[in-house]
Design a binder for this molecule. Structure first.
Ligand SMILES: Cc1cc2nc3c(=O)[nH]c(=O)nc-3n(C[C@H](O)[C@H](O)[C@H](O)COP(=O)(O)O)c2cc1C
Length: 473
């Protein structure tokens, strides 16, 4: 268990509504401003003033059309739809901040590694090393249909492809360019020294990338790698590649089982299990007193869209519950969508069964994460319990309305968390990149036991460089 101050990320999406079904109906909610760049720069300033570690953007390249066999319910409730590309607001947010990190979800199923590696190198340059990639393989049939695959790649095969995808990215980020390849030698007439830029020569089962990376080395080279799929295959993937995992939550005890499983898998993969940071999805509803917080929560509950919640569940998992008796208990089924979400409402707690109605009620506020409701003291006590029981490093904070949910957290809960040593009140000025935020000042590159470091070492430090593109005259 970590005694460091907790890490806090704001969990958001570039869409009018995220995990709380019907949040947009609250007059205080400003989710509709997602198309306005000022909204994002204001949010960035607010989070940096409060010393948040970062903002964490969810994303999907599909829409929820499984519920009732149509996208109607998702469209009516703005259930993660319409949705813009989060990567494109990051440079604007970075330009008004110096410390805030950016976790950006991007699917590897619909973009070649060569193109994605370039996108993240660009973001790492423009954020001065403050970017992380939340690696997802996507759960959405509609994404597969509209992006040319017809149907989804089967669940476990997606992760097999993802392993090779990461290998290609590591080669591009870590080994293609030497640190000193940009020389800007006006005398010799050479901006670059081609001898220091190397083709990666990758030819694998799924990908072929013979050439060089398009970008010069960025501050972190490999962005901080996040992962959030907790099925058996997903956990194996996380154990190899993730530097931080993002977990759903129901109770601290159940979350602990998942966290133990991840740390055991990390150790089996030959890495230090404590080096993988665990962030939990949580929504905090805080007010000056417990009673006022409860009232606020009831107000949010009254606005929850039952159909909107089920449209989300159906989209995430591929399971349509629209024609199921809402009070019948449900059982686990293997799906090509998110298996961890199906597991959460079936196998995770052997002592409990779930009905459609209960799933909709749970998801309604804060999605697949627990909701903490109370005064600043209650919230601090709860977060401490979650940290200790579930062995967490921090939280990804969702909201019932935005930006009010985070404003309340910052104004009311943070001072108490700071008093109790649970939250920082200043940034470490020496740790300027996102990776240093996790591992301390000076650690801009992946840790030695990470596979990206293996590729870096094999190509550079071992002196065995692959053939250079050309030679300077
Ligand atoms: C807390 C949390 C947040 C997630 N956010 C996203 C997201 O924004 N976009 C996405 O495509 N998948 C998201 N996922 C889905 C997973 O990353 C994963 O691709 C999916 O759950 C399927 O993998 P699994 O069967 O191993 O769980 C999220 C999962 C969790 C637990």
């Amino acid at each position: 268990m970590s005694n460091q101050p907790l890490k806090f990320f704001a969990f958001d999406v570039t869409a009018p509504a995220h995990l709380t079904a019907g949040s947009w109906r609250d007059p205080e909610d400003e989710g509709w401003r997602y198309t306005d760049v000022d909204y994002w720069t204001d949010t960035a300033r607010m989070l940096e003033d409060a010393c948040f570690d970062g903002v964490f953007f969810a994303d999907t390249v599909g829409y929820h059309d499984v519920h009732g066999g149509s996208p109607d319910a998702a469209m009516r409730d703005a259930a993660q739809f319409p949705i813009n590309d989060p990567a494109l607001v990051v440079p604007a947010m970075a330009s008004v901040t110096r410390h805030l990190g950016f976790g950006v979800t991007a699917s590897l199923t619909y973009e070649q590694p060569y193109a994605l590696a370039r996108k993240f190198s660009t973001l790492d340059h423009l954020t001065a090393g403050r970017v992380g990639w939340n690696i997802v393989t996507s759960y959405s049939e509609s994404a597969a249909r509209n992006l040319g695959l017809g149907t989804q790649v089967p669940h476990d095969k997606r992760y097999d492809m993802a392993d090779e995808y990461l290998e290609v990215c590591y080669k591009l980020w870590e080994s293609s360019w030497q640190d000193d390849a940009v020389i800007r030698d006006t005398e010799a007439g050479a901006y670059l020294d081609p001898r220091r830029i190397h083709p990666i020569g990758h030819k694998g089962t799924y990908f072929e990338v013979p050439g060089v990376h398009l970008c010069q080395p960025s501050p972190q080279r490999t962005p901080v790698l996040f992962q959030a799929g907790a099925s058996s295959r997903g956990t194996l993937f996380a154990a190899r590649h993730a530097e931080a995992v993002f977990v759903n939550t129901m109770t601290p005890e159940l979350t602990r089982h998942g966290v133990d499983r991840i740390r055991t898998a990390v150790a089996r993969a030959g890495r230090d299990p404590r080096s993988v940071k665990v962030l939990a999805l949580i929504t905090v509803i805080v007010a000056p007193t417990d009673a006022q917080a409860r009232e606020k929560y009831e107000r949010h509950l009254a606005k929850v869209s039952y159909e909107g919640a089920l449209a989300r569940y159906a989209g995430w998992t591929g399971i349509d519950l629209s024609n199921v008796d809402p009070d019948l208990p449900l059982q686990y089924a293997d799906v090509d969508g998110s298996r961890s979400i199906v597991e959460m409402f079936s196998k995770a707690d052997p002592g409990r069964t779930w009905t459609t109605r209960q799933i909709a009620e749970f998801i309604g506020v804060g999605g697949t994460g627990a909701v903490i409701v109370g005064s600043p003291r209650t919230v601090a006590a709860e977060l401490r319990t979650w940290r200790d029981v579930a062995d967490l490093d921090g939280f990804n904070l969702s909201y019932a309305t935005k930006p009010g949910g985070w404003e309340d957290f910052i104004e009311l809960a943070l001072p108490e968390l700071r008093r109790q040593g649970l939250a920082r009140d200043a940034y470490d000025e020496r740790a300027t990149t996102l990776r240093e935020r996790f591992y301390g000042a000076g650690q801009r590159r992946t840790l030695p036991d990470h596979p990206a470091s293996g590729i870096r070492a094999a190509r550079h430090e071992g002196g065995q460089l692959p053939g250079a593109v050309g030679a300077l005259a």
